[in-house]
Write a protein that binds this ligand. Sequence first.
Ligand code: SAH
Length: 347
Amino acid sequence: MPNGAEKRDIKSLLPEELSAELTAMGLPAFRAKQVFSWLARGVRSFDDMTNLPKSLRESLAERYEIPSLRMLRKQISALDGTVKFLWELPDGESVETVLMRYKHGNSVCISSQVGCRMGCAFCASTIGGKIRDLRASEMLDEVLRTGIEAEAEISNIVLMGIGEPLDNFDNVVRFLRLVNSPEGANIGMRHISLSTCGVVEGIDKLAELNLQLTLSVSLHAPDDETRLKIMPVDRAYNVQSLYDACRRYFEKTGRRISFEYAMIRDVNDTPRHAGLLVKRLRGTGAHVNLIRLNYVSERGLQPSPEERVREFEKTLSDGGVTVTVRRRLGSDIDAACGQLRRGSYRE
Ligand code: SAH
């Protein structure tokens, strides 16, 4: 490799790609397996790969880099033990990751972009727009470093942090394959949820892959009139086109879709909205996840009162739509849905 050329990101390579590249370097097949398994354990340097000969470690280091996140801050919720990390990326940008502890295991909520360009009116992550996509290796490192720094075994992953995963489609799919790899972190697709604000094109592309993950759709309104007020993405893909894409997704994958609905006082929480939602979703097998809006100071929107949430929930379940109200975790450290942001340590 000529001097000054950019080194390649070895941690974003899938096992078969790594194997092909190392075999092309004249190495026996077992070397790629060794390297992949070190990477999946979160090593930051080729020198830490102690079962490789020194000369091999050196030649790998000449060709490749191992992008790694550096912990800038770790906050632990006094309310529920939720942990929020702020990481520095190799280029100096930063993102947040959240670890949630449940009885059934630990779940890590990862970011997929630095910032977000979707512009939802209630969300902190989109303030300042999108800076760049995360690489697969960076998303993988969010999972690995969270496990290491929190000394926690990770059993579930949710792509519900900063960014729109379907706006970074190829890197996200690559990350899913990496983290799902039996030779790596080995997290089953059924233990992974991906949330989208409703990028129809991406939903169709994902359906084609037929992964067995859970798709969550951030609906937040049953009609365009309401949705346009809070989600600019509705201009590109209206509610009807989103419902149609969800139906196609279900037909293709057999996986039920979960709809997220953040309840915003006097915006989307009236009996009329609940009625419209019932009409749309009854009989589709869809699941609705209600969540009281988390307060974001710049946004000026208010959470619905508790009793509004209960009434809304009742209308849905009476109407035959399965519904749950999501617990709010980590709100004392701004780790709850919609509260993650990039680079807040600089403020
Ligand atoms: N871009 C993807 C992934 C983000 S997931 C998406 O939109 O789905 C984060 C979830 O939290 C989304 O459902 C988002 O709509 C929701 N959210 C954003 N701001 C929120 C807030 N202030 N209160 C509650 N939920 C919020």
